[in-house]
Design a protein around this ligand. Structure first.
Ligand code: ATR
Length: 286
């Protein structure tokens, strides 16, 4: 390993990424020599950057929107999750070979492990069929969910996701979502709905049309959005008396495997780290 390994997060825009905060916190905590930088790259400049990581002194990095699919295409070797999810959020070099992994699925599962130990069940209702949904479905299958009901505004996208994953996934119409609420052990929002946009693109400041009063009392509700922490989706579920899990833990846990690869220590997701990141989110919301 280089004496002072340097990693990055690449995205567009990237200025609001919380990854530098997380990784620099760990670098300081474990007194490691190393760096972590945010690099803003457009779709045009991203491929050349990734192809010349070593020359630029990087040992790897994180990839965020809108580059996760491109990173998957550029990686010469991918882990099983990335192959199934078809997106890469973590890059590293192995003897000069560009490797890609997807740690979003791991992050989602570990977040639930923290807040709802033994969260496995039989039926999950997943809302949304984008990249994040693929990561969530990958892990639900791994954790033994035998029935996954998938709804998405654009049904064709859900159909194609279900086909890719093969079996166990029943696609239902967006309008029929409330028919399935009562069957679910777990309900997950993977769409952008409810996210507070910095740029104020109105479409996302909406809540999902889910009637949680139809849910069983032991149903767990999770959102992968963390801006705001209490999304309208989670607030409604909470009002109906359901156990809710916010999205910040997924962000923290997905960072762990990358840090370990680049800097050689598996870091802990602690309450202190969570509080620091939540504080920076709150400051931003002010
Ligand atoms: P990500 O990689 O973060 O999952 P994505 O691939 O762009 O992002 O997927 C976004 C998801 O949010 C999709 O399920 C999308 O639904 P469509 O496939 O119909 O576009 C969903 N989404 C975004 N805006 C939405 C809206 N206003 N109403 C309903 N669903 C929305």
């Amino acid at each position: 390993m280089a004496e002072c390994p340097k990693a990055f997060v690449a995205g567009y825009p990237v200025c609001h990424s919380l990854s530098p905060r997380i990784h620099r916190y760990w670098l300081e905590l474990y007194r490691l020599k190393g760096g972590y930088e945010a690099v803003e790259l457009t779709r045009e400049t991203f491929p050349a950057f990734v192809r010349s990581l070593a020359q630029q002194g990087f040992c790897g990095g994180n990839v965020t929107l809108p580059h996760k699919e491109k990173a998957f295409a550029l990686a010469e070797k991918c882990d099983d999750t990335a192959l199934q999810v078809k997106a890469v959020n973590t890059l590293w070099l192995e003897k000069g070979v560009l490797c890609g992994g997807n740690t979003d699925a791991y992050g989602f599962a570990r977040n639930l492990d923290d807040f709802v130990p033994g969260w496995g069940g039989h039926t999950a209702l997943v809302i949304g069929a984008g990249g994040a949904s693929r990561a969530v479905i990958f892990v639900l299958k791994q954790r033994g969910y035998s029935r996954i009901i998938l709804v998405n505004r654009t049904r064709a996208r859900a159909d194609s996701l279900a086909e890719d994953f093969g079996g166990q996934i029943a696609v239902a119409d967006w309008q029929s979502v409330n028919k399935h609420v009562g069957q679910a052990d777990l309900i997950v929002n993977t769409t952008a709905l409810g996210m507070k946009n910095d740029g104020g693109e109105g479409a996302c400041d909406m809540s999902l049309p889910v009637d949680f009063t139809k849910a069983r009392t032991d149903t767990v509700v999770a959102d992968i959005i963390y801006t705001p922490l209490a999304t309208p989706f989670l607030k409604q579920a909470g009002k109906a008396g359901l156990k809710t899990v916010d999205g910040i833990g997924m962000l923290l846990h997905q960072a762990v495997p990358g840090f370990e690869r680049w800097f050689g220590i598996r870091p802990d997701v602690t309450q202190e780290l969570r509080s620091r990141v939540v504080d920076s989110l709150r400051n931003r919301e002010r």
